[in-house]
Design a protein around this ligand. Structure first.
Ligand code: RM4
Ligand code: MN
Ligand code: MN
Length: 424
């Protein structure tokens, strides 16, 4: 982790300016009847999980360009995510992907504790072959035509639940690459029925206090059809399975221009919103950093979440899911987590009474302006003040660059080869 004194010195240089900005914003918000302290308290309590796989440089189908200090194993990833949390104060949980992160539960717990982290949802992986499994997932996993492959995929998911149970996770995220590349290759109905049969077996293995998150994705790696292609199929699956099954919305898994905030509202309405994989996209599953392309969409998603806040059983899991190809992955995670918190804070500022009145009066323009007033507010002083009070950094990126962590792990961890494509 980073020497707390470094964070202290960096903060000391920025504290006076932050105090002035925070006071000015407090005065402005008070005119709108908003108590800045109450907003800050909510922001401080908000946490986002980070994916272990985002600590390393991602890759495309074409290449991967690793940088210095790439994590060598899950323990390095946990160390890196610990630094992200130390500086942002916003990422208290890490989500593991099996088999990439398979390790002894007691060692995982000890490493997480060292870094002040807990474990979020555990992710199964049946979109690639496993060195220790005899059968191939080339033609699918939970929906494969061969029962033996389906059984292998189910067993892997149950192994993930077992590991997750021992490290304190409370959910299993299932995303499968199953689908087809040619019209006629797969019978849509039979394929879905096979998926459902397998998913029921996994569901039956869930502990009482667990949920299973069904993640849809329109295409890739299958390019003609995907078994769980959209939120409609995801919803139908979750409904077939039962109350513990909910739908996970990865922002990159939709066609361009799809109204994601509306999907969120629909899933909330029927008690089926599991949570999110936050990222941003321009064309497809680009896995770009959250908020870099369309911060307004991120804000609109949070607007729906705040609208639903306090409803019984409403507990969306918020996680990043990104692939960092040209940036320092830890800097990207810090910036992304900050963007997610920013969207939350901006959405908290929306005057919901006024919004409802404009909606009822069919005043489209003023309804839109009411939302925009929240979105246009620079909430950075609230975010920074919340971080300062937690002992995190007023400016996480500048502090990260000043602290020398990347150079240190670059020396400690031998360089890895850049050959080959792929996400891992
Ligand atoms: C998929 C999907 C899953 C993630 C993998 C690595 O596109 O987003 O959530 O686990 O990528
Ligand atoms: Mn995802
Ligand atoms: Mn994805």
């Amino acid at each position: 982790m980073i020497e707390p004194s470094v964070i202290g010195e960096e903060n000391a240089r920025r504290e006076a300016a932050l105090r002035a900005d925070y006071e000015a914003l407090g005065t402005r918000l008070a005119r709108d009847g908003i108590d800045i302290e109450a907003v800050k308290a909510k922001v401080a309590a908000f946490g986002i999980a980070v994916p272990s796989w985002a600590a390393g440089t991602g890759g495309t189908r074409f290449a991967r360009f690793p940088g210095p200090g790439e994590p060598r194993d899950v323990f390095d990833k946990i160390d890196d995510c610990g630094v992200v949390h130390q500086l942002t104060g916003a990422t208290p949980a890490i989500s593991l992907h099996i088999p990439w992160d398979r390790a002894a539960p007691e060692d995982l717990l000890a490493k997480a504790k060292e870094n002040d982290l807990v474990f979020d949802a555990v992710n199964s992986n049946t979109f690639q072959d496993h060195a220790d499994l005899p059968l191939s997932f080339r033609y699918g996993s939970l929906s494969h035509t061969d029962k033996a492959v389906r059984d292998q995929a189910v067993a892997h998911n149950i192994e993930c639940i077992e590991l997750g149970r021992r490290i304190g996770s409370k959910a299993l995220s299932i995303w499968v690459g199953d689908g087809s590349n040619f019209p006629g290759q797969a019978n849509f109905t039979r394929q879905l029925d096979r998926y459902l049969d397998s998913a029921r077996e996994i569901y039956a293995a869930l502990p009482d206090d667990w949920r299973v998150f069904i993640e849809h994705k329109m295409y890739e790696p299958a390019f003609y059809s995907t078994v769980v292609q959209d939120w409609g199929t995801s919803y139908l699956i979750a409904r077939e399975l039962g109350d513990k099954a909910q739908c996970l919305v990865d922002l990159g898994h939709h066609a361009p221009n799809v109204n994601i905030e509306m999907i969120v509202a629909r899933l909330i309405r029927f008690g089926k919103l599991a949570g999110f994989h936050f990222n941003d996209s321009k064309y497809g599953d680009d896995d770009l950093d959250a908020g870099v392309i369309d911060p307004y969409r991120l804000f609109l998603v949070f607007n729906e979440l705040i609208e639903a806040e306090g409803a019984p059983g409403f507990d969306p899991a918020c996680m990043l899911d990104e692939s960092h190809n040209v940036t320092d992955p830890l800097e990207s995670m810090m910036a992304s987590a900050t963007e997610v918190v920013r969207a939350y804070a901006q959405a908290l500022l929306v005057d919901r009474t006024a919004l409802l009145a404009h909606q009822e009066a069919n005043d489209a323009l003023m309804a839109s302006e009411t939302l925009k007033r929240g979105f246009r507010t620079d909430v950075e002083p609230i975010l920074a003040q919340a971080r300062l009070e937690k002992g995190a950094a007023i400016d996480p990126l500048a502090t990260f660059r000043a602290c020398g962590y990347r150079a240190r792990i670059g020396r400690e961890r031998p360089a890895v080869s850049g050959a080959g494509g792929g996400i891992v």
